[in-house]
Ligand binder design. Sequence first.
Ligand code: NAP
Length: 287
Amino acid sequence: MKYKRTAIIGIGLIGGSFALAAKRAGIVETVVGVARSDETLQAALEIGAADEVTTDPAQAVRGADLVYIAVPVGATRSVFEQIRDVLEPGALVTDAGSTKREVMQAAAELLPDQVAFIGGHPMAGSEQSGVRAARADLFEGAAYYLTPSEATTQDELDHMLALVRVLGARPDVKAADYHDRLMAATSHLPHLAAAALAGTVHRLTSGHKELGNFLGTGFTDTTRLAEGSPEIWRDILMSNADNLGDSVEELIAALQALAAALHEADSDACERLLIEARQARRRLTGR
Ligand code: NAP
C-alpha cells in the first residue's frame, strides 16, 4: 500500500496525527495539508505533517489517490461540494468525523460514483486541538470505527481496513445509525455533562477569590472534557441532537432522583443511588 498524493483536509489534531502516522509507516509520498489559517498551515509544514499546504481543498485533491477529511463535522458537506468535481477516479476518500449519519448522507448525495467513500471515526484524541498537538502514535491501540456505504465494495473496504491497521488502530465496522446512537450515550452525553458542570461550578463560586485549593481532582477529573474545542463539539452535538436529546432526559432524571433524596433527607435512597452508580461504572469499564 502506497499513496502518491494524499490530501488532508483539516490538518489539525486528527488530520495532522494521521499525516504523521502515515508518513512514519511509509505509506504516503506527498502530503498536501489544507486548513483555513496560515498559522495552521505553517505549523503543519514545521512539524513535518505536510509537504505542501493550501487553503483550497480542490487544489489539494487534484491528482490525490487518498483524501482524508478531518474538519468539524458541520463543514464536511461544504468540503464535499468543493472537491466533488476534481476528485481523481479511483481515489479512496475517508473522514474522521465523530458522528457518521450526516457525513454518510452528504457523501451519498454529493460524491461521484468513481470514488470510494468510507466513513471513519478514530476513538483517539483528547481535549486538545490544533496541529501542534498532533502525534504519530495517536491512533496506536485505539478503536477506529468504519462506516461503509451500500456502494462500498469488499475490495475498497479491505483497503480501508489495511490503512487503519497501518496506523496501529483496531478497525471496527459499524452502521452509521448504530454508531451515532451509542456515541450519544458514551461520548457526547459525558461531554455535555462536563460542560454543564464546569459552568455550574463557576457560577456557584463566583465572588470567591481563593478557590485554588478547593478545586481538587474531583473537579478536574469530571470537567476535563469541557476543555474540548467548542467549534468541533458544537458540530458533534448538533449532528447527533436527536439521539442526544433522549440521553439528556435520562441524565436529568438521574440528577432529579439524587436531588429528591437530598431534599427529603433520605440517606438510604441517596446511598442506594450511589451504590447503583458505582456498580454501573464498574460494569461499563469492565472492573
Ligand atoms: P482541530 O484540531 O480543531 O482541527 C480541525 C482542522 O480543520 C483545523 O486545521 C481547521 O483549520 C480545519 N478546518 C476547519 N474548517 C475547515 C474548512 N471549512 N475547510 C478546511 N479546513 C477546515 O480538530 P480535530 O480535533 O482534529 O477534529 C477534526 C475532526 O475529527 C472532527 O470532525 C472531529 O469530530 C473528529 N474527531 C476528533 C477527535 C478528538 O478527540 N479531537 C477524535 C475523533 C474524531 P484552522 O486550524 O485553520 O482553523
